[in-house]
Design a protein. Structure first.
Length: 150
């Protein structure tokens, strides 16, 4: 019985080493002399991680979208350069929809290096609450509706 356990343990160890070496090899293929990694963590105002939060990264010409893991994290492998990163979510409430957004983070990705960013989602003010009734009317909102928006 001990021989079977030793054989099983040896097989598991070799399998784990083989699996780990494949991951390291694959990572070295992705992270080359021209690419770097940007790790993004998304949290709420209380510092709790936000799972499945959309994260947007752009170099000014292309935009990439990914969602955070259950731990509120996501990583991007990118070419060296300047990037803008942000996140935003909506939460339906009984009588409205609350919108949460982060500030934009501006990051310089350096080849063969990792940069980390923390995005904090904060409640976004209702944009119509700052508009006057006359401005709402000019936008084509009916008088009866406009007077109740402020």
């Amino acid at each position: 019985m001990n021989r079977l356990n030793l054989k099983t343990l040896t097989s598991l160890t070799l399998g784990t080493l083989l699996f780990a070496s494949n991951i390291l090899y694959a990572e070295s293929e992705v992270l080359n002399s021209d690419t770097g990694v940007i790790q993004v963590f998304v949290e709420d105002e209380n510092g709790a991680s936000v799972p499945n939060a959309p994260v947007y990264i752009t170099d000014g010409q292309h935009i990439q979208y990914m969602e955070t893991s259950s731990l509120g994290a996501v990583s991007f492998t990118v070419q060296g350069g300047k990037y803008t990163i942000s996140s935003a979510i909506t939460k339906p409430m009984p009588d409205c929809i609350d919108r949460y957004a982060s500030l934009e983070a501006h990051v310089q990705a350096v080849p063969q290096d990792t940069a980390s960013v923390i995005l904090t989602l904060r409640l976004v003010d209702d944009p119509t609450s700052n508009l006057s009734v006359s401005a709402l009317k000019k936008m084509g909102i009916a008088d009866e509706v406009a007077k109740y928006l402020n």
